[in-house]
Design a protein around this ligand. Structure first.
Ligand code: GLA
Ligand code: ZN
Length: 665
């Protein structure tokens, strides 16, 4: 894999010079240098400024700013500028507009107003990419290509007739014939048998619940359709600009689940992602950590690029809270702690006009004479010292499985609980590990699991035979395996595995479940050693399986809640947790599992709210300590703190909100 060509910890962000008069450009470059900004993403929403009419191009402004940036020593991640079509294109070709589940056209006037399968849109997008690649492939400022932007942020799924046609073709490739499709979709149910491909439509709004496998296949198709679009743009770049790495910014945030990125990573040279803290979440920082660990998992453990985050407020939440002073630095380093080697923001200069004029930026409305910009400059100085850790990898001996297709299936219509989020168990366990100073890789089930000491299988509702076998093989190879409720229930077509839940993991775990007893958001169930939430079920422990905890109230009183089947001949144990225990009980369970796995925390005994990870390379190791609390904490450590630029001998003092990155002796 080609890598983003940087030897330093690069800082930068989206740059939209077309929003500003030219004298501002020179000031921008001067300020970028002051803040140690070494890259910008340019041209993401510039289509109408580059091609104001069909086949008529205005490149002078881009030539000029590219030259200026290059003269200023700033590398450019140059967009193909195809994220949003110009008004002339949708006026001439309204058929490129996306259509929602009710058949309503989504009109131009915002952004990303294009249908993923539109051949007309594709033709114009590829043509613009060709123009840009031809003109700029040798420009010395161009260090990377940025294809489109945040695929699927607003235009998926599209339910138009063109998508219906492409969906049928996609299905014809997936299934050998209509009979196979009817089998896979279970169309014997509700008289849905198809006798001609032409009868198949996108899962548009119907009278009641759509067929779940139909819906699942439409999600698979939609992700593939956009990937196909990216490949079409990428093919042009490969032809005209070989050697320049290509990326597109993923969105590995909790609330974005439209694309199966595990299928996308082969098409990017550098895994990049965007992340925004969501204030309304119960645990926004834990979500940031999960997202970072997921992005690293997608990158196969290699360093990745944070393309966008915010210096302070965003513009799209109900209340757009400003960040505390100090948090701009801490949040940026929180991503570095999880393997990012490049830190980008949206955006360089806060807009005066448009929907994002109240979104924070590196240079705020107040200008460079502001506390926020001074904080950015301080981060620039810190980043200058962190170059030595670029290329190092985050240490982790724990894998948490994450599969977008399993999430899609679990989010399908008519499940045992529509209130249970598909990531509840994954995030709760990730957070509990994180609170114990244990770092986890969040990986797809197809990753190599054999090197991990502990593999967590959280709510992996849909699982293929192959992935279930990989989990069993990891246990066989010695890993402890922890499986939660509502895993292994259905197969690739979302058909329930019969004979007792959790079908795919029944043998591994030595349990058999006859019935689910899901709990509502306000319900709990007493356990012998705590409280269960979200879920419970009627578990039978098979001979040879130990019962660790039982239900202590309700219809399941006395029945197993947590079990363990000891491995033989060097195999790890298989642990099953049939409910989500409260934090204390879950923590105690994890302590036992971690000790069986021989996994130690990065730093033992840290106070809650102090986050820690370690990055390591052949050149050394670096310990990250991030204090997210309002209190001062002292942590035993020795080395050289690259944030404070001072040696640490025995203990490091973390101010409230403070960060230390220690080069360890
Ligand atoms: C996304 C987009 C940016 C901008 C930010 C605002 O990440 O890629 O163009 O809209 O959101 O948070
Ligand atoms: Zn469409």
């Amino acid at each position: 894999m080609r890598s983003w060509p940087t030897k330093t910890l690069a800082l930068g962000g989206d740059y939209n010079p077309e929003q500003w008069p030219r004298p501002v450009w020179d000031e921008d470059i001067e300020l970028m240098r002051r803040a140690n900004v070494s890259f910008v993403s340019l041209g993401i929403f510039s289509w109408s400024w580059l091609e104001p009419a069909k086949g008529e191009y205005e490149f002078e402004w881009l030539d000029t700013i590219l030259d200026k940036l290059h003269a200023g020593g700033i590398a450019v991640d140059l967009a193909t500028a195809t994220a949003t079509p110009p008004p002339w294109l949708s006026a001439a070709h309204p058929e490129i507009l996306p259509v929602d589940v009710d058949g309503h056209t989504l009109w131009p006037g915002s952004r990303q107003t294009w249908c993923p399968t539109s051949p007309v849109f594709r033709e114009y997008a590829v043509a613009l990419t060709r123009q840009l690649a031809t003109r700029y492939h040798e420009h010395p400022a161009v260090a990377m290509w940025h294809v489109s932007n945040e695929y699927a942020c607003h235009n998926l799924p599209c339910y138009c007739d063109e998508c219906a046609r492409h969906f049928r073709t996609w299905l014809q490739r997936r299934y050998p014939g209509l009979e196979a499709l009817n089998d896979a979709w279970g169309t014997a149910f509700w008289s849905q048998r198809y006798t001609d491909w032409g009868q198949i439509l996108p899962p548009r709004r119907s009278t009641t619940f759509n067929n779940p496998t139909h819906v699942l296949d439409y999600k698979r198709f939609s992700s593939d359709a956009l990937l196909d679009h990216m490949r079409a743009e990428r093919a042009v770049l490969d032809e005209l600009s070989p050697g320049v790495p290509v990326t597109t910014n993923f969105m590995t945030l909790d609330h974005f689940r439209h694309l199966d990125y595990s299928q996308w990573t082969p098409t990017v040279d550098v895994v990049s992602t965007d992340h925004y803290l969501v204030d309304t979440l119960e645990h926004p920082r834990a979500e940031l950590a999960y997202s970072g660990d997921l992005t690293r998992g997608l990158a196969g453990g290699a360093p990745w690029m944070l393309m966008e985050h915010s210096t302070s407020a965003v513009n799209w939440q109900p209340t757009n809270h400003a960040k505390d002073f100090g948090q701009t630095i801490r949040d940026a380093l929180a991503h570095v702690a999880r393997g990012a080697d490049t830190i980008g923001w949206f955006q360089w200069r806060q807009s005066r006009a448009g929907s994002e004029k109240f979104h924070s930026a590196l240079v705020p409305h107040a200008g460079a004479d502001s506390a926020r910009f001074r904080e950015v400059e301080e981060l620039g100085r810190i980043a200058g010292r962190l170059g030595e850790l670029v290329g190092s990898r985050v240490e982790s001996r724990v894998a948490i499985l994450h599969d977008y297709q399993a999430i899609w299936a679990a989010e399908g219509p008519c499940m045992p609980s529509s209130e249970l989020d598909a990531l509840t168990a994954a995030q709760a366990i990730h957070r509990a590990l994180h609170d114990r100073g244990v770092t986890a890789d969040v990986v797809h089930p197809s990753a190599d699991l054999t090197a991990y000491a502990l593999v967590v299988v959280p709510q992996l509702y849909l699982v293929t035979d192959e992935h279930a076998a990989a989990v069993a093989a990891a246990a066989e190879a010695g890993a402890e395996v922890l499986v939660t409720y509502f895993s292994g229930i259905s197969d690739e077509n979302d058909h329930v595995r019969l004979g007792g839940y959790p079908g795919a993991f029944r043998d591994l775990l030595g349990v058999r479940v006859e019935e689910f007893f899901p709990l509502g958001p306000d319900e709990t169930v007493a356990l012998a050693d705590g409280t269960g939430t979200w879920w419970s079920e009627d578990v039978t422990a098979l001979p040879g399986t130990d019962v660790l905890t039982t239900y202590a109230a309700g219809p399941l009183t006395g029945r197993p809640a947590v079990t363990r089947r000891a491995g033989t001949d060097g195999a790890g144990s298989a642990w099953y947790v049939s409910t989500l225990p409260d934090d204390t009980a879950l923590g105690a369970l994890l302590d036992d599992v971690l000790s069986a796995a021989g996994v130690e925390p990065t730093v033992a005994g840290l106070p809650r709210g102090v986050e820690t990870t370690r990055r390591r390379s052949d050149e050394g190791s670096w310990l990250f300590l991030l204090n997210h609390t309002d209190a001062e904490h002292t942590v035993a450590a020795t080395g050289y703190d690259l944030v404070a630029d001072a040696p640490v001998d025995g203990s490091v003092r973390l101010a409230p909100g403070g960060v230390a990155v220690l080069r360890e002796d």
